[in-house]
Ligand binder design. Structure first.
Ligand code: DWN
Length: 414
């Protein structure tokens, strides 16, 4: 995709042009587009951020796609910076090894392997591993850690190269990456090339039902092209003789699904859980415009309530800072037009982000240690998906009567 942005004209799964737009969050910079102090007066690229739903297969998707070269070649999302995510990937690897009896002759390939955190737990069990990731910075970190990683976007070409050089894979994993990919057909074709006949494609993604049920609208951003429920994914997989054979609900990133996909000719048959989840989706009326219009109404109400709360607190002379310079946090800040006049600064654990400023709203980012010597009245929790971990970390701030403002799943002060 040579242009920096393109309008979506047809559904990426079924090709239908019946796309119903239901929520716009306005125009804003890409959510991980952090800027240096010397760039503060330079123009930033703003892109439309809006979602539509395909009225044929019911895939929820962005109305415009920003070039992946802009978003992923140098990437700042590093799961190993959070205890929650490291524990999550450790238990995921253990569960897969136990469930599918993986051994030293098996190859596990991770698509979007990031800094190699998930693969390191398979490697720890003497299982052969290979990462594939487009970000130059993260591939370098992963290779330095001894996790062999190809610096590229996964697809047919990379799959063929891996199969030729390493053989077929017993397991291909993809966590928090399928939603980032426009050409899902290329991914499925690549999986079919790479996977053993009895192999498993194990995909984890934030679940759209959680997104609308918990009003997680700030998870809608330029990196996430698709917002998956099971029905459209079943539609996609059946095009490539793949089917979902099992599902596990996991709590990360506001509520995600881990789905297990195999070739329809393999010995694996769909468990009853697949049918249960599909029935639950039809009960939630995901095939009705009203479901999406109602969600959009709730999102606007959350913005209205949050902005008026913060305005009231500022009028009372209260100090407010942010916690977690997350992509989702930048969506919230830009959608609610909250800049450093309202949010004095943001603390974050990722060194790369410290010393920079948030995209569009230009709020300075400091290390978390700043809260050891400063006690603002309120902290707006932008990384709400790590609420437990962060609240545990900030007991001392709360003992000094500091309070957290948390917006998801509903606006509250703790
Ligand atoms: O899909 C994606 C999700 C999985 O993660 C990626 N496209 C981008 C990314 O979104 P994000 O930036 O919202 O990710 P996080 O990991 O939810 O962001 C959390 C932020 O909070 C990070 O910048 C790190 C920070 N943090 C912190 O300051 N102290 C996190 C923890 C746990 C902490 O204790």
């Amino acid at each position: 995709m040579k242009k920096t942005i393109q309008k979506v004209k047809v559904c990426r799964i079924c090709g239908s042009s019946k796309l119903y737009p239901f929520l716009s969050l306005g125009k804003m910079p890409i959510p991980n587009g952090f800027i240096q102090k010397e760039e503060l007066n330079m123009a930033e690229r703003y892109y439309p951020l809006a979602v539509c739903v395909c009225e044929n297969c019911w895939l929820v998707q962005l109305t415009h796609i920003v070039s992946p070269e802009i978003m992923f070649r140098n990437y700042v999302y590093i799961p190993s910076t959070s205890v929650t995510m490291v524990d999550h990937f450790r238990s995921m690897a253990n569960a897969i090894v136990d469930k599918y009896k993986l051994n030293g002759s098996d190859l596990v390939v991770d698509v979007g392997s990031n800094d190699g955190t998930l693969l390191s737990f398979f490697k720890g069990k003497e299982i052969k591993v290979l990462g594939v990731d487009p970000s130059e910075n993260l591939s370098a970190i992963s290779n330095l850690k001894g996790i062999e990683t190809m610096n590229n976007f996964f697809g047919i070409e990379v799959a063929e190269k891996i199969r030729k050089e390493k053989g077929k894979a017993k397991v291909v994993t993809a966590t928090n990456v399928l939603a980032h990919i426009h050409d899902l057909d290329d991914i499925c074709k690549g999986v079919n090339i790479l996977l053993e006949n009895e192999g498993l494609f194990i995909v984890e993604f934030p679940y759209f039902l959680d997104l609308i049920d918990k009003n997680e609208f700030d998870s809608i951003y330029h990196e996430h092209l698709s917002y998956f429920s099971l029905k459209p994914l079943c539609y996609l997989f059946q095009k490539y003789n793949l089917h979902i054979i099992d599902i596990k609900k996991v709590p990360v990133h506001g509520g995600s699904l881990r789905i297990f996909v195999s070739n329809v000719k393999s010995r694996y048959k769909p468990s009853l859980r697949v049918k249960d989840f599909l029935e639950r989706e039809s009960l939630r009326k995901l095939n009705r415009r009203s479901t999406y219009n109602e969600f959009a109404r709730r999102v606007k109400a959350i913005r209205r309530d949050l902005v008026s709360l913060l305005k009231r607190l500022k009028l009372q002379g209260k100090r407010i800072v942010g916690y977690g310079a997350a992509a989702k946090g930048n969506v919230l800040l830009n959608y609610c037009k909250l800049d450093s006049h309202t949010i004095e600064y943001i603390v974050d654990s990722i060194p790369y982000k410290q010393g920079k400023f948030t995209p569009g709203t230009h709020i300075p980012i400091y290390p978390e240690t700043r809260l050891e010597n400063d006690t603002p009245d309120y902290v707006l929790l932008l990384a709400w998906n790590f609420a437990d971990e962060i609240l545990r970390k900030q007991v001392k701030y709360r003992e000094r009567d500091g309070e957290f403002i948390i917006t998801i799943p509903y606006l509250r002060i703790e």
